[in-house]
Write a protein that binds this ligand. Structure first.
Ligand code: HEM
Length: 453
């Protein structure tokens, strides 16, 4: 195995300061497997796609998610599929999986398109032709965050919540994320009633109220015999476990919270970076816009169009390579000794797996820092990318439950943005710097120029 490095507080602080940067430094210095003893714990970093796949697939039963992260997430997510472990997780995953199958999520296309249209209609009416200088400069990240929030609220609850509700919800989500980043690197959190946790309490109350409100409305509708809309909540309420029992209210609330939070923050991050990639690469953008025009003309996209936009799909894939919303997955902890990558990992070891670094490794991607969607196109004669080198959704039994949902949503929204606008960078603005803020976000708000087409 690799030699053991001995570390302590300085290493932990370095990880906290710049998680991905410090791990990249370790890989460059010590190679594909790094073993450290950090504050008395065994800590392994894996940088080879084969090892990461082997761990996530073959090693699944011998690992749990790092407890500190799940503890922080549990405050909001309760015991949803995102947080649960062991048999409880397995039961929930098996129950939910069919509801997120490609076939099932295709049914949500009309709801998504409807939400995206409404959100895009709310944009300040630019109406300035394509005069470059008079383009609207917009905070594209906020725009995409509100848009994906609208999409998930409509897809989950068929809710046409007003702007006020969305703004309050956006605040609550932001507050939770901010607090979570701080909590993740301290060994224990103060209880929720601590006086300085007022913001977090209010944020949790707000999201909880939103979800319980929708649940209550739906139950009341059912009692009155009114037909339920065909949305994600209806899907969740129709689930039955092996004894034929539906989810109880707490379980429904938890799964709704996870679908809501996991289902829009990541998509918002992906769309934000997609916007940047398009703005920074006008040729790729023109190609995508031409494709959208050729396939859709002026009409709205439908499910059948999703496979007819190959260049746009490659652009999204390349965006997810350069800027994966969850670049470090969840770290894992071994719950038994594991034989992996020719090593014996002891029980209780911390495992760090970072697709975000693998996806920029020059061994798997020529010119890894460049935006080159065609690299994923074997038909164009490009060399095959090894399995596991592109892994923005993870792999194995705990792979993202919403990957089909997400790719569909991102493609629809991206096509609808391109139908309406040309994206360009703000002159003189530096390229945005990615930072890990629960999801991978630009360090400062990403502003782009939107020119009506
Ligand atoms: C888990 C990525 C969108 C629901 C995950 C994980 C990743 C991920 C990396 C963790 C895998 C691990 O720890 O091994 C992404 C990305 C998205 C996205 C990049 C968008 C671009 C969504 C959406 C939904 C969703 C739209 C729901 C509608 C979930 C759930 C889990 C999960 C429920 C937990 C699964 C489990 O623990 O069994 N996602 N996700 N995600 N994601 Fe996503």
């Amino acid at each position: 195995g690799p030699p053991t490095r001995w570390g302590g507080l300085p290493e932990v602080l370095a990880l906290r300061r710049d998680y991905l940067g410090h791990l990249r430094h370790l890989q460059q210095r010590y190679g594909d497997v790094v073993h450290q003893r950090l504050l008395g714990l065994d800590d392994f970093c894996f940088f080879h796609p084969d090892h990461v796949r082997e761990l996530l697939i073959a090693g699944h039963d011998g690992m749990i998610r790092w407890e500190r992260a799940t503890a922080v997430f549990a405050d909001a997510h309760g015991q949803s599929v995102l947080v649960a472990e062991g048999p409880a997780w397995q039961r929930q995953r098996r129950l939910l999986q069919p509801g997120f199958s490609p076939q099932r999520v295709t049914g949500f296309v009309p709801l998504m398109v409807d939400a995206a249209r409404r959100a895009l209609e709310r944009l300040p009416a630019a109406g300035v032709g394509s005069n470059e200088d008079r383009a609207e400069v917009l905070d594209f990240e906020s725009l995409m965050t509100l848009l994906t929030m609208d999409v998930i609220l409509r897809t989950l609850f068929s809710a046409g919540d007003g702007d006020a509700a969305v703004a309050e919800t956006a605040w609550a989500v932001h507050e939770l994320g901010k607090v979570a980043m701080g909590e993740m690197y301290v060994p224990v959190s103060a209880p929720l009633w601590a006086p300085w946790k007022r913001g977090k309490r209010r944020a949790l109350r707000s999201l909880d109220g939103l979800i319980r409100g929708h649940l209550a409305t739906r139950r009341a509708q059912a009692r009155q015999g009114r037909p339920a809309p065909d949305d994600l909540l209806a899907m969740l309420m129709a689930l039955r476990d092996e004894r034929g029992e539906p989810l109880d209210d707490t379980a429904l609330r938890d799964e709704c919270m996870t679908t809501f939070l996991a289902g829009h923050e990541t998509s918002a991050a992906a769309l934000t970076w997609w916007g940047w990639c398009m703005a920074a690469h006008p040729d790729a953008q023109r190609h995508a816009a031409d494709e959208v025009d050729a396939v859709l003309g002026g009409r709205e996209p439908g499910a059948a169009d999703l496979t007819r936009l190959p260049w746009l799909s490659l652009c999204i894939k390349e965006t997810l390579r350069l800027y994966p919303p969850a670049p470090a997955l969840f770290s894992r902890r071994t719950i038994q000794a594991l034989d992996i990558a020719g090593l014996r990992l002891p029980r209780g070891a911390m495992l760090r797996l970072t697709p975000g670094l693998i996806q920029r490794d020059p061994r798997w991607f020529e010119e890894p820092e460049a935006f080159r969607p065609e690299r994923f196109d074997p038909a164009a004669g490009h060399r095959e990318i090894p399995r596991g080198a592109w892994m923005p959704f993870g792999a194995g039994p705990r792979v993202c439950l919403g990957s089909h949902f997400a790719l569909m949503e991102i493609t629809l929204v991206a096509a609808m943005v391109l139908q309406r606008y040309r994206l360009a960078p703000v002159p003189e603005a530096p390229a945005p710097e990615p930072v890990l803020n629960i999801t991978l976000r630009p360090a400062t708000p990403l502003r782009l120029r939107l020119m009506p087409r």
